[in-house]
Design a protein around this ligand. Sequence first.
Ligand code: NIG
Ligand code: FE
Length: 413
Amino acid sequence: MSKMIIKNASELVTCKGKSPKHGKEMSDIGIVKNGAVVIEDGRITDVGTTEDILQRYKENDFKILDASNKAVLPGFIDSHTHFIFGGYRADEFSWRLRGDSYMDIMNRGGGIVSTVKSTKEASLEELISNGKKRLDSMIGFGVTTVEGKSGYGLDLDTEIKQLEAMASLQKTHPVDIAPTFLGPHAVPKEYKGREDEFIDFQIEKVLPVVAEKNLAEFADIFCEKNVFSIGQSRKFLKKAAEYGLKSKIHADEIVQLGGAELAAELGAVSADHLLQASDKGIKAMAESGVISTLLPATAFCLKEEYARGRYMIDKGCAVALATDLNPGSCFTNSIPLIISLAALYMRMNIEEIITALTINAAAAVNRVDTIGSIEKGKKADIIILEYPSINFLPYHAGVNIVETVIKDGKIII
Ligand code: NIG
Ligand code: FE
């Protein structure tokens, strides 16, 4: 049996909790000064002050990791990414710099459908090997669980190929993957003007195969003006729920369409983006317990106004933060960038930011019972910072200060 104690952590951030934190609770991250964690067989078996733990356990029986002058936190969870894709869209980024909008590029046949073409052309092996490189980079930022979406196939074979790439990586890579079926991510050219038929195609031809092969835990849809309507989104997500897939929604990203309200109505696990979410939608999310997943790097890369993170927390929402890594709107997997943007532009304090990247993100991937906090019984997914305090996370702006990553009780970095 592998046994380890991490001791002397100047700040042991537990994020203790078996449910997501709403509003003010997000600032309560359960810091233990001079803390210690006991790990046995990949699980956390005890947590306390170093004094207390070393009185109760014999150091000789354990591998000892001394975290003096270092902060220790739960591994980060990146709860919204599109990390499996073929090709790149660097040209589009340069068009956006010169003034074209994301939706203009999409409406003239670029954007998501351009990645769909490259993803169709890529072999399963290519998707797996690119996916592996991206996961390797993510784990360096302290990410121990990642959500990943399909949505660059739109047809049966390519949607399945993307999900199979994730299933294969789940078996071989230490990072845990929560797979999401995002069949209605864009309208393919041949379905322009026939969006209802495309939704029916996804429901009748793709969804049953995804469910039968057990390739996804969540279903998601790009609910947006000129993409899929509220009615189409409701229909698709309800059908997906009948197959056991929990709902996520790309909601109110560019236009205020009422995606946040729909998420609350459907009891979705999360509504994501929310740059334009209405006051009513925010209230509905807070009351229904939908996780409000904010993706500040997307607003940054699209030069849009940030989502109203401060307001949402003040209104009692459970906010999560994620990267949205994708080849179009937001080609970054940088957790340090997310932390900086949330602190500087969304007026979230560092405690709220940590909650949003750990326990609330765990809830956004329906894993709050097993990850997202350092407490007895949870997976030993733990990171150690180079510095003694969590205040260094936003302060060392945009720089990765994760020094050690422990996944399932094993030191990976
Ligand atoms: O979350 N908005 C829709 N989907 C992605 C972007 C995908 C892409 O541009 O390739 C997003 O931003
Ligand atoms: Fe996205």
